[in-house]
Design a protein around this ligand. Structure first.
Ligand SMILES: [Fe+2]
Length: 443
């Protein structure tokens, strides 16, 4: 089932919203005040899944828009979008009957997640399987979830291995020979799959085991590459599926951390930051990437870096949006000093809230804006003085910012980011070199 939208927006809001909509949706666009009048008269309107309205050029007051749409679509999510921060009052909009209000481009991620929530509830019944790559599964290992194969000809899923069983070498080989690269897991069994993947990663990163060091490193890299492939290289994935793939990576890392002494701290911080209106998805992404980079390079502790990732931007909240949206090199001297104060602020907040974190996570946060070539801030330290955890956290932070399409800027591919930092010597080779193997240049 596809999502249908009704939108009444001015051109700025429309331009900001369009790239966030999944491509398969149908949009019922109301372009002018007159056509809005006509639309309002022919109630009840066509059923739709979500309404977007707003914009500054409309002659109709926001409250009136909200009330009219609420009348037409009593059970539909209605969102207000605005691009002007001066007039934007989220709480008031919500009081006036909107389900939520977003300021674009700042709240881009929030809009995406709101759409995703609607999309996933709409598609709940049709999407009950998630594809997993064949290399996510190891032959000869006991599975506690069912594995299905998809038969595209009649769009059926057949059970290939049942829970409690294992994929034999023979079965694995047969799939490979037939160029079947992915299998499927039922959605409600995904947590078990996350647990399985996290355990597998943990076993590989642990010291014990019969593998030689080279073999072990190779397997670790393949597993991490697999997780990143889920996030970045699934070219067939729609935006909603892309988000689901990030959720898979998050699910695996969640399990990985939860299976450690940091379980309680991680859960406490996650619930704290999801309540505050921080850039939640960036924070989570950085936490995931930092842990995965740590696993892939064997540097730092993944659990500690995941905590550093969750907390690294607390101080950024107090920086005005106008400064935050600029690139560091384009900021004036004064703006730079405001921006650079984020590190001190973050540390202050961590201390005030009495969040006790491992020393390495603390150091990583303190130095994550420093750069290996001395070009960072606040201290401009250089080379090995910058701890390896800070390098991983700093790289994860940049990696998320650069691989994510932001307003007016094209996103970069993972290998391009690593290549760029390697050429500019912004991070040390010990961090960047192993990551080149995770993100090879396409042939
Ligand atoms: Fe950040």
């Amino acid at each position: 089932m596809f999502i249908t939208y009704t939108a009444f927006l001015d051109s700025t809001a429309k331009e900001a919203l369009t790239p966030l909509l999944p491509p398969e949706g149908t949009v019922n666009a109301i372009e002018t005040t007159d056509s809005f009048g006509e639309f309002a008269e022919k109630e009840p309107g066509e059923p739709c899944n979500v309404v977007f309205c707003g914009g500054e050029n409309s002659e109709i007051e926001a409250n009136e828009l909200g009330q009219t749409f609420r009348m037409i679509f009593p059970n539909t999510k209605i969102f207000y979008l605005s691009s002007k921060s001066e007039k934007f009052k989220r709480e008031e909009m919500i009081k006036n009957g909107f389900d939520d209000a977003f300021l674009l481009p700042l709240d881009t991620d929030e809009v995406k997640s709101a759409i995703e929530v609607i999309r996933s509830t709409t598609n709940e019944k049709t999407q009950s399987y998630r594809s997993v790559k064949l290399f996510d599964l190891s032959p000869g290992e006991k599975l506690d979830f069912d594995i299905y194969l998809h038969l595209p000809a009649n769009n059926k899923y057949i059970k290939y291995v049942g829970a409690g069983g294992e994929i034999s070498d023979d079965q694995y080989g047969r799939l490979k020979n037939n160029q079947v690269n992915s299998a499927h897991v039922q959605l409600d069994e995904l947590p078990k799959f996350y647990n399985y993947s996290a355990k597998r990663l943990k076993a590989l990163t642990g010291q014990e085991g019969a593998l030689s060091e080279t073999e072990r490193q190779e397997k670790v890299k393949t597993a991490v590459r697999g997780i990143f492939l889920r996030i970045f290289d699934d070219s067939n994935a729609s935006m909603g599926e892309g988000k689901a793939l990030v959720d898979d990576a998050k699910g695996i890392i969640d399990q990985y951390v939860k299976d450690s002494p940091f379980k309680e701290l991680y859960e406490k911080i996650t619930s704290q930051i999801s309540d505050s209106k921080t850039n939640y998805s960036h924070t989570l992404n950085v936490s995931i990437y930092a842990s995965l980079f740590s696993i892939a390079t064997g540097l730092g502790k993944p659990e500690e870096l995941s905590i550093a990732g969750l907390l690294h931007d607390l101080g950024e909240l107090s920086i005005p949006d106008a400064i935050k949206q600029k690139r560091y090199q384009d900021m004036s001297f004064e703006e730079k000093s405001i921006y650079e104060a984020q590190i001190d602020d973050t540390i202050k907040i961590i201390r005030e809230r009495k969040i006790v974190i491992p020393q390495s996570a603390f150091k990583a946060i303190e130095q994550h804006q420093e750069r290996f070539d001395g070009s960072g801030f606040p201290k401009g330290i250089k080379g090995k003085v910058m701890c390896v955890e800070a390098q991983i956290l700093g790289l994860a932070d940049e990696f998320d910012n650069l691989t994510l399409a932001k307003s007016g800027r094209k996103s970069m591919l993972p290998h391009e980011v690593i290549e760029m930092f390697s050429e500019a010597k912004k991070f040390s080779p010990e961090v960047l070199e192993p990551l080149k193997e995770i993100f090879p240049k396409p042939e």
